[in-house]
Ligand binder design. Structure first.
Ligand code: APR
Length: 243
């Protein structure tokens, strides 16, 4: 039996599926992963570009990266067949949530309704002093004039609504994610190297709660040994085939 058929069987036999996704699910939408081949962190040191202390000390690095890399990628990216397959599973009443480490908003764009964003989102930027929200396009325009951009209402410092290294995950989202992981009967871990904690502990909680675990990831992960099924292939091909 092919791996896709095996995955299809697991999905058919489950009533409460939870997907846990990482950068690999958006790779086929043109957004590079962090650690895989061509990964963002090979070119941009995360201690400079994604660390809260560095950002607070000198936000210009982040905003340069935003202007030159992040914004153009996000503007172009569209959900791929893997995002769409998960939205379809939710629509059929089989999938209760997508827990994602991604900050690209592509699950919502694909039509997923219950998306738990553990690392926040790059689609929202806000003022750290007065809380006013800015759109991605608005910030991109501001960056043409000045770096770092500042709040047009109060002059305060702006930041993206992402979780930087050195910050806690949002407690509410983490609690919901743990609850979903513990109560599902099948977890699909998709496109994540499963090395960044506490997020990467969620598949372990799912197993401890009695769920089966299927990992769909190009490349090895530290949790392959506890998976009921591991498919080392592209999510955008595997998920639609399994459905
Ligand atoms: N289908 C499935 N897997 C893929 C695909 C694909 N089309 N393309 C790449 N992959 C795999 C890569 O081989 C890699 O193992 O997806 C994985 C992505 O791993 P990471 O780059 O480590 O991304 P992720 O696990 O989401 O990282 C977690 O780390 O830097 C932080 O905050 C960042 O949320 C991120 C977190």
């Amino acid at each position: 039996m092919s791996d896709e058929k095996k995955l299809g069987g697991l999905i058919a036999g489950s009533g409460r599926i939870v997907a846990f996704t990482g950068a690999g699910i958006s790779a086929e939408s043109g957004i590079p992963t962090y650690r895989g081949e061509g990964g963002v962190w090979h070119k941009y040191d995360p201690n400079v570009y994604a660390n809260i202390n560095c950002f607070l000390k000198d936000p210009t690095y982040y905003w340069n990266y935003y202007r030159e890399v992040r914004y153009p990628l996000l503007k172009k990216a569209r959900p791929n067949d893997a995002h769409l397959a998960l939205a379809r599973l939710e629509g059929e009443g089989k999938l209760s949530a997508v827990i994602t480490q991604n900050v690209d908003g592509l699950h919502q764009e694909a039509g997923s309704r219950r998306v738990i964003e553990l690392h926040g989102t790059t689609r929202r930027i806000y003022c750290m002093s007065c809380g006013v929200d800015y759109s991605m396009d608005g910030i991109f325009e501001m960056l043409k004039e000045k770096n770092p951009p500042t709040c047009t209402s109060c002059g305060g410092m702006l930041r993206p609504a992402v979780v930087f290294f050195g910050e806690q995950l949002p407690q509410g989202a983490l609690n919901e994610a743990v609850e979903e992981a513990r109560s599902c009967d099948l977890m699909l871990a998709i496109g994540s190297s499963l090395v960044v904690h506490p997020a990467a502990s969620l598949p372990v909680y799912a197993k401890e709660g009695g769920a089966r675990l299927a990992i769909i990831n190009k490349g090895e992960t530290p949790l392959d040994a506890i998976a009921d099924l591991k498919i080392d292939d592209a999510a955008g091909a595997v998920l639609p085939a399994a459905l």
